[in-house]
Design a protein around this ligand. Structure first.
Ligand code: GLA
Length: 355
């Protein structure tokens, strides 16, 4: 019997370290957070508009209606909904016309992966609604394939050439752990995030980004060009000595990627040995590299990083693609968290809800 209703929750993420490495077959260490996007669906009456989606974005109080068979392109949040439906259909998932209710508590365009949370929650809920048996529910799905499907939504429908970081972090999140992702093999190792009385917190720089129109795609193209010039399939295969041969700014971009991969390994080691001071120093170094070599910071982000350090953070850095958004800081137990900061903790991964 098909389901008449379905519900799913997908978390946003904080990337502890490993920025702009995913599309370079590198390493990253994100964790899913408690905040995310919730999607509820209800099958449409077979006698009326049975093959159409009617979506309501509760936080914006906006709606969208389109045919399941051929969603036309659209800007804004509608691109994610239409794109997810189209890519699911293209991948062969049986879909049904539905009322789709969307609500979230991850700030939009803030570097906490609101987009991936939306795509992933939609996927789980729509697949469940279209499935005939419980075998095709979220828990049995190939989550890595689903992350790749969501990336196609970003590439084809949104115009952002993003990697798999956000979707894998949302799909594979675990309470009390960070996910060490190797983007060359897509293998994930969970590293316990034991903070004791230390805290991780984010602060809003006040600036918002849209990766489709920020220089994000340009950075990705620069890394591609650097790989071609070095004669390697990706920057993961490049050796640090080779970088001397690259012209600027490609040399600086590649230097960031190679050194960031090293920092991810060092951060995982720092977590394993409970050396949170070492983790803090790595966050600072990651930020400096993103600012100076990768050039994805802004004046507002720099101010927010400085404020965090002045408030006593042992490490602070921008998170996500850059050009605005949130900043992450690590605070020792004795330091009071300023009011403007929001504490973040690792939460579980995307899952189905009782409808
Ligand atoms: C955005 C993208 C990710 C990743 C980060 C930078 O969040 O969606 O794929 O590239 O930027 O690490």
């Amino acid at each position: 019997m098909p389901h008449e209703r379905s519900g799913a929750f997908a978390p946003g993420r904080v990337n502890l370290i490993g920025e702009h490495t995913d599309y370079n077959r590198g390493l990253a260490l994100p964790f899913a957070i408690g905040e995310g996007v919730t999607v509820h669906t209800r099958a449409r009456d077979p006698d009326s508009a049975a093959d159409r989606i009617l979506a309501h974005a509760r936080d914006l109080d906006e709606t969208d209606e389109f045919d399941l068979a051929a969603p036309p392109p659209a800007p804004g949040w509608r691109a994610f909904v239409r794109g997810t439906v189209a890519e699911l259909a293209h991948a062969g998932y049986p879909l049904r016309g539905a009322h789709v209710d969307i609500a979230g508590d991850v700030p939009l365009g803030g570097g906490l992966s609101s987009s991936a949370a939306l795509e992933v929650a939609l996927c789980l809920a729509l697949i469940r609604l279209g499935a005939d048996t419980d075998d095709e529910t979220g828990s049995e799905l190939d989550r890595t394939k689903l992350a790749q499907l969501c990336a196609r939504v970003e590439h084809r429908w949104v115009g952002a050439r993003t990697g798999l970081l956000d979707q894998l972090a949302s799909l594979y999140g675990r309470r009390d752990a960070a996910s060490l992702i190797d983007f060359a093999t897509l293998r994930i190792e969970h590293v316990p995030l034991r903070l004791g009385s230390w805290r991780l917190a984010v602060a809003d720089s006040g600036e918002r980004h849209v990766h489709a129109s920020s220089p994000y795609n340009q950075r990705r193209a620069e890394c591609q060009r650097a790989s071609e010039l070095l004669g390697v399939a990706s920057l993961r295969e490049a050796e640090v000595q080779q970088l001397e041969n690259l012209p600027e700014p490609l040399r600086a971009r590649a230097r960031h990627v190679l050194s960031e991969n090293e920092r991810v390994l060092a951060a995982a080691e720092a977590l394993r040995s409970g050396d949170l001071l070492a983790l803090g120093a790595l966050l600072n170094r990651s930020h400096a590299s993103l600012r100076d070599c990768y050039e994805v910071s802004t004046a507002a982000v720099e101010r927010t990083v400085r404020d965090m350090q002045e408030a006593g953070a042992v490490g602070a850095r921008m998170i996500g693609g850059g050009f605005g958004g949130y900043v992450l800081g690590l605070f020792a137990p004795s330091i009071p968290l300023p009011d403007a900061l929001r504490e973040v903790r690792p939460g579980g991964g995307a899952h189905l809800l009782g409808a």
